[in-house]
Write a protein that binds this ligand. Structure first.
Ligand SMILES: NC(=O)c1ccc[n+]([C@@H]2O[C@H](COP(=O)([O-])OP(=O)(O)OC[C@H]3O[C@@H](n4cnc5c(N)ncnc54)[C@H](O)[C@@H]3O)[C@@H](O)[C@H]2O)c1
Ligand SMILES: [Zn+2]
Length: 384
């Protein structure tokens, strides 16, 4: 497998403002472009991928109001026609009935095997659209135009698509890689700050998994990034995509290394479940708490220094993210409940929780044999 490459302006002569990350997956390889104004340039970017000049855009009602017009204008510059399917914004849209609605509409619009559909929105729209593309006529192409920071650094890259079921989140889905990802940094300007911070937690995650220098960079530039500095945002998005691309290229279907991307997520998912996936806790906020906990737990197990654990917690808190279950509004989820959710987590193998732990900042690894007693003990004390 080729390593993903990174090149500024390496995307030829169109615009030239965008940075490029290549995802090397053989026949399923694709590019991620990151930069300001990509929505308006999308016509030229898409043209080479189209068999005929028409596409279907799938989006949600928030994003439709803010960014759909720009995308349609961008397509129009190359004479590309579009139809739009607009769904209700929110996690509850990632379900069977919305999927059925989308698939049915795509068929009534006579979308063919060689056509292409566009996901314009956050992770909800990206996951649902990707899954619809995976199953429509046994698989059609789609492109991701992520408009949340979380989607730009995480969900739009790597080909995991799917919906939730009443049995749990993301339990129905498929691996289906997009043909192209266009991350327009201008779209982030309309993103509510709480959503932006949630995405920032995933950026911190990449640094903590494998790049201590990137973490130092974030300590220095995180504040500017959150405040709106386009260059800082772009650098962080490109770096994050590069790491995700590398990990996905090495392990597309999560047989091993890809599990590292779950750093902070075992705790985070337990917290999300304990708060009923409600607006009390966004996914990225759960990840922020989970990252602080994964470091604290690692320090307690003697795997990493207490100093690193403190640094991580301080950085997340300074950015404005929660770092303890006690920081969640309302009743604090209790330790026994968290332990139960962790046991039920899909990553539990033979009753032993599989954790991504750390030997320090930038040194994540997978530990299969975390004793249940140490976990329960840690949970009962953390944060209080
Ligand atoms: N496929 C993967 O690998 C992967 C990885 C991580 C997360 N996910 C999934 O992603 C989803 C979360 O994604 P998300 O955080 O993007 O949530 P989201 O799609 O619900 O978007 C969050 C909110 O922001 C709004 N929004 C989107 N873009 C906006 C913009 N530019 N300006 C203003 N508002 C905007 C949306 O309408 C929504 O209300 C979850 O379902 C999660 O399971 C998937
Ligand atoms: Zn995540």
């Amino acid at each position: 497998v080729n390593k993903p490459s990174l090149g500024k302006g390496a995307d030829g002569n169109i615009g030239g403002k965008a940075s490029l990350v290549a995802v090397a997956l053989g026949a399923r390889s694709y590019n991620i472009l990151v930069g300001p104004g990509l929505l308006l340039e999308c016509g030229a970017r898409l043209e080479p991928l189209l068999h005929r000049k028409q596409v279907v855009i799938i989006t949600d009602d928030n994003v439709a109001q803010l960014h759909l017009r720009t995308l349609i204008d961008g397509l129009n510059t190359q004479g590309i026609d579009s139809e739009t399917i607009t769904l209700e914004a929110g996690e509850q849209t990632k379900n069977f009935s919305a999927l059925e609605k989308v698939v049915d509409k795509l068929l009534s619009l006579k979308v063919e095997r060689n056509d292409l559909i566009i996901a314009l929105g956050g992770g909800v729209i990206g996951d649902l659209t990707g899954f619809a593309a995976a199953i429509l006529r046994r698989g059609i192409d789609f492109i991701q135009i992520p408009t949340t920071l979380l989607a730009q650094v995480d969900s739009s890259v790597g080909g995991k698509t799917g919906i939730n079921s009443r049995h749990g989140k993301n339990l129905v889905g498929a691996f289906h890689q997009p043909r192209l990802v266009l991350a327009d940094t201008l779209t982030l300007e309309t993103l509510p700050s709480r959503e932006l911070l949630a995405g920032y937690a995933e950026i911190v995650k990449y640094a903590l998994i494998r790049d201590a220098k990137f973490f130092t960079w974030l300590e220095e530039h995180g504040k500017a990034l959150v405040a709106g500095d386009e260059r800082a945002r772009r650098h962080a998005i490109v770096t994050s995509c590069m790491y995700k691309a590398e990990i996905v290229a090495a392990d597309e279907t999560e047989q091993g290394e890809r599990a590292l991307l779950n750093l902070g997520h075992t705790f985070g998912h337990a917290l999300e479940a304990a708060t009923d996936y409600s607006a009390r806790l966004l996914h990225g906020e759960g990840v922020a708490i989970g990252l602080a906990m994964a470091f604290a737990f690692s320090a307690e197990l003697g795997l990493c220094s207490a100093d690193d654990a403190r640094r991580v917690k301080t950085h997340l808190a300074r950015a404005g993210l929660p770092t303890r279950p006690q920081d969640i509004k309302g009743a604090t989820p209790d330790a026994a409940e968290l332990a139960m959710h962790i046991r039920q987590d899909k990553k539990v193998v033979d009753g032993r929780a599989r954790f991504v732990l750390v030997r320090g900042i930038g040194k994540a690894f997978i530990k299969d044999d975390v004793p249940e007693s140490a976990l329960v003990d840690f949970l009962s004390r953390y944060g209080s």
